[in-house]
Every structure is written in structure tokens, then in C-alpha cells.
Ligand binder design. Structure first.
Ligand SMILES: Nc1ncnc2c1ncn2[C@@H]1O[C@H](COP(=O)(O)OP(=O)(O)O)[C@@H](O)[C@H]1O
Ligand SMILES: O=C(O)C1=C[C@@H](OP(=O)(O)O)[C@@H](O)[C@H](O)C1
Ligand SMILES: [Mg+2]
Length: 175
């Protein structure tokens, strides 16, 4: 049903990894996660890279991964929450495939984050700072997304909503 990769973007803890796996299952295509690919190639988790080498080094590695995934065959790729904050990645991925923005309410993201608070950009931030980043990043996600989907019920239902969009897109293209 898809001819190019589908990239899932959204805030940290918006459900990109969870929904991405489910969507890949429903589409019958492989699933990748840019943070996992980065970890395999760097030999360190994103958390470790942030702590030892800093954010700018991490962003360069992340861009390398974006360049690689742009050439992947049809699949689902969940991106890290900061992937689309740079224009170089946004432009690249919007040309390489379909970008879907997972819009999960801030309070739900925040609740999930508090259960796994050692994501690097979360430590040492107040709830209000995290909310401000959520609003600011939403602008970047919307800039590049082909489709925005609410992730406000189950991950399965969110994946189904994306399937419906992809089906409609395919139909439109053929007519
Ligand atoms: N629709 C949802 N309903 C309930 N929990 C969810 C939903 N989407 C994501 N989660 C939970 O939120 C947490 C963060 O999800 P994850 O997929 O790791 O987010 P991301 O990859 O965007 O950072 C996980 O514990 C996941 O189970
Ligand atoms: O928001 C960010 O800038 C980041 C989000 C993380 O991914 P998730 O969105 O999966 O948490 C990961 O790429 C890295 O820690 C940086
Ligand atoms: Mg993730």
C-alpha cells in the first residue's frame, strides 16, 4: 500500500515508537526507530551520547541516520522527538516519504515522561518548560507533516487512523 517510508514525528513520549510498531504490523512492512539505529551505529544510547558528547554531536549523528533512512524501501520509521527541529532533516524526510505527526495531548505525554524521566532533554526541566517546548516543537512538526493524527486513545486505534489516511492518499493518487 505504501511505496516510500512513513516517518512518524512528534514530541518525546507522544507514542512514536509504540504506534510505529503497530502501524508497521498493520501495513506488513519493517519497522525502524532512528534512536535505535543511532544506538546500533554509535554503540551508545542517545542518553549516553548526550551526556558524553553533547547535543550538537547527537544532532549530527541523527542527521546521518536521517540521510540513511531517506533511501530505505517502504517501511515505518519512528523518529526522535528532536528530528524535525532542523530544516535539513525536515526537508530531507519530507522529500523521502510521508511524514505523520503524532499529536498526543501534553498532559498525557507528561504523565508518560514522568514514568521514564531519564530522557536527556527532560532532566532538569520544569513542567512549564516542557510545555513550552511542546508548543514550540508543534510548529516544526506541523511545518513538515503530510498528516496530523491524534494519539488520544489506544495505539492500535491511532495506527488505524493512519492506515485510513494512507489508503485515501493511495486512492487519490490513482485517480
Ligand atoms: N495511545 C496511548 N495510550 C496509552 N499509552 C501510550 C499511548 N501512546 C504511547 N503510550 C505510552 O507512552 C510511553 C511513551 O511512548 P513511546 O512510544 O516510547 O513514545 P516516543 O517514541 O514518542 O517517545 C510508553 O510507555 C507508551 O506505552
Ligand atoms: O526530544 C528530543 O530532542 C529527543 C528525543 C528522544 O526521542 P523520543 O522522542 O523517542 O523520546 C531522543 O531522540 C533524544 O533523547 C532527543
Ligand atoms: Mg521513541
Amino acid at each position: 500500500m505504501i511505496t516510500k517510508p512513513v516517518f512518524l514525528c512528534g514530541y518525546t513520549s507522544s507514542g512514536k515508537t509504540t504506534v510505529g510498531k503497530e502501524l508497521a504490523k498493520q501495513l506488513g512492512v519493517p519497522f525502524f526507530d532512528t534512536d535505535k539505529l543511532l544506538e546500533q551505529q554509535a554503540g551508545q544510547t542517545p542518553q549516553q551520547v548526550f551526556a558524553e558528547k553533547g547535543e550538537s554531536y547527537f544532532r549530527d549523528l541523527e542527521h546521518e541516520i536521517a540521510l540513511q533512512t531517506a533511501d530505505y524501501p517502504p517501511c515505518v520509521i519512528s523518529t526522535g522527538g528532536g528530528m524535525l527541529t532542523s530544516e535539513r532533516n525536515g526537508t530531507l524526510l519530507s522529500q523521502a516519504g510521508t511524514i505523520v505527526y503524532l499529536n498526543r495531548p501534553f498532559e498525557a505525554c507528561y504523565r508518560s515522561l514522568m514514568q521514564n524521566p531519564d530522557r536527556p532533554l527532560i532532566k532538569n526541566n520544569t513542567k512549564e518548560e516542557l510545555r513550552e517546548r511542546y508548543e514550540k516543537r508543534a510548529v516544526s512538526y506541523r511545518t513538515y507533516a503530510d498528516f496530523t493524527v491524534k494519539n488520544d486513545r489506544t495505539p492500535q486505534l491511532t495506527a488505524q487512523r493512519i492506515m485510513e489516511f494512507l489508503k485515501a492518499k493511495q486512492t487519490t493518487k490513482q485517480t
